[in-house]
Ligand binder design. Structure first.
Ligand code: KIV
Ligand code: ZN
Length: 510
């Protein structure tokens, strides 16, 4: 039987990064892009090149690194945006420009202050100009969900004529119900008659992003835009893992469709993004939530023991979740076993990264008796995504703060020089961070501080995520990992400082 391929367009690095608190450094974005390629994503929207030199830089690096997925940059329907997008993706093996302008009455009148005719002219110009850089141009009618269908047809005719190969119909504010999205997609598919691929991009404001995307597929959409863990603006986007697993699990309904996703890479992808952004999926989140495969009630446990299918419609293995929470590695484990374990967890590292991770594993194994899969995931991700280490923490000493003034002595290395400083604060974290500021000369404002244990046990690794704005510039995320929470905090803060310094001059204006 002939099956149509539904293209999976992942926008975790663009719309996902627009989730509050989800901004990532360049190394982190590259690691995510590499994982998305391994997952089998058809198109990776790597960012919005014109947003800042940092975004441009990350897209350019991803374009050079990823070979099998199309690399796409978003651009408003403005020449300068399109030029940035075209230049950022120039070296990609497969490349696309995604340009957009709003088509709903409310957006045209109040936001753009443009007439429908002006919008069409701008859209046509954008697509024509984008085609001077690439053959693959996607055009989005922003707020299509609230746009007049007659106008959507007019715009589509014009941009297809100008060279657009994909027409995306975003439900930008997540307003529509599945039946309405289905009707819109059906009418637009019939109208465009294969002249362009019809795509959807559904936001989740009413919790319907995935349902709307599935209804769109059933009615003619051949591309779905989505994000890992459903990250995205406000309530997020439709979750990639839910769309893909729904199509696969309900192959009775979706018999005519397939995706190119290797579902065994879903769980590793979800963990990588949660670790990097510090945003954990809710425990009861479908497919990748911590409880998605847990059976609490006795009746359910009994059923599952007798036959898993009594209460499990998909297997953990099918999404790459090895439900083996036993001790995985210890201090006597060798390099080969370590490499093998990482491969099973979805990490294939080059020699340099493997050596660096193995060294950190050995240090950890000396302190922590039981090392679990999640410890290894966190450790390797932390190692692979850290920015150039301009500042490196050598030691941290905390003074007794039970009665007196909380104070810290910090030793840091910068370009082979060791610098020691001591300082006080309102609390221990305050003292540590202020002392680091004194050493670096950059004033950091702590906007967010999160700590969580990676696995279990009193000796669990602490994973600290901070969001800091240095010298009143754009806030930067930093991660730190250590058995000691204070050391993890200091590392996270220095990590944010290093990211800030390596991105300085490339940040978005506040
Ligand atoms: O939600 C939206 O409309 C978007 C477009 C830029 C595709 O993200
Ligand atoms: Zn969006």
């Amino acid at each position: 039987m002939k099956q149509d391929t539904i293209k999976i367009f992942d926008t975790t690095l663009r719309d996902g990064e627009q989730s509050p608190g989800a901004s990532m450094n360049t190394e982190e974005k590259i690691q995510i892009a590499v994982q998305l390629e391994r997952l089998g994503v058809d198109i990776i929207e790597a960012g919005f090149a014109a947003a800042s030199p940092g975004d441009f830089d990350a897209i350019e690096k991803i374009a050079q690194r990823v070979q099998n997925s199309t690399i796409c940059s978003l651009a408003r329907a403005i020449d300068s945006d399109i030029k940035s997008a075209g230049e950022a993706i120039a070296k990609a093996n497969l490349k696309r420009i995604h340009t957009f302008i709003a088509t709903s009455k409310i957006h045209m009148e109040y936001k753009l202050k443009m007439t429908p005719d002006e919008v069409i002219k701008r859209a046509v110009r954008a697509v024509e100009y984008a085609r001077t850089f690439v053959d693959d141009v996607e055009f989005s009618c922003e707020d299509a969900g609230r746009s007049d269908i007659g106008f959507l047809k007019e715009v589509s005719d014009a941009v297809i004529e100008a060279g657009a190969t994909t027409i995306n119909l975003p439900d930008t504010v997540g307003f529509r119900l599945p039946s309405e999205i289905g009707a819109m997609v059906k009418e637009m598919s019939q109208y465009t008659q294969g002249r362009a691929i019809i795509s959807v991009h559904n936001h989740n404001d009413l919790g319907l992003g995935v349902a709307n995307s599935l209804e769109a597929v059933a009615n003619g959409a051949r591309q779905v835009e989505c994000t890992i863990n459903g990250l995205g603006e406000r309530a997020g986007n439709a979750a990639l893992e839910e769309i893909v697993m729904a199509i696969k699990t309900r192959s009775d309904i979706f018999a005519n469709y397939k995706t190119n996703i290797n579902t065994k890479e879903i769980y590793p992808s979800s963990r990588l993004i949660a670790t990097i952004t510090g945003i954990e999926p809710q425990p009861n989140k479908a497919i990748v939530g911590k409880n998605a495969f847990s059976h609490e009630s006795g009746i359910h446990q009994d059923g599952v023991l007798k036959n898993k299918e009594t209460y499990e419609i998909i297997t953990p293995e099918s999404i790459g979740l090895i439900k083996d929470d036993t001790l995985v590695m210890g201090k006597h484990s060798g390099r080969a076993a370590f490499k093998d374990k990482l491969l099973k967890l979805g990490f294939s590292l080059d020699n340099e990264a493997l050596n660096a991770s193995f060294e950190r594993f050995k240090i950890l194994a000396d302190k922590k008796k039981d090392i679990y899969d999640d410890d290894l995931r966190a450790l390797v991700t932390n190692e692979m995504t850290k920015a150039t280490q301009i500042y490196e923490l050598i030691s941290l000493q905390l003074m007794d703060c039970s009665n007196g003034v909380p104070s810290a002595a910090v030793k840091i290395k910068k370009e082979n020089n060791e610098i020691i400083e001591a300082g006080i604060g309102e609390g221990t974290i305050d003292a540590v961070f202020k002392t680091i500021d004194r050493i670096s000369g950059y004033h950091g404002k702590l906007e967010e501080y999160k700590v969580k244990s990676v696995s279990k046990g009193k000796d669990a690794l602490a994973s600290v995520t901070v969001k800091v704005s240095f010298n009143e510039e754009q806030a930067i995320i930093g991660h730190g990992l250590n058995i000691d929470t204070m050391l993890a905090s200091a590392r996270a803060y220095i990590g944010a400082l290093n990211s800030y310094l390596s991105m300085k001059g490339k940040l978005k204006p506040c």
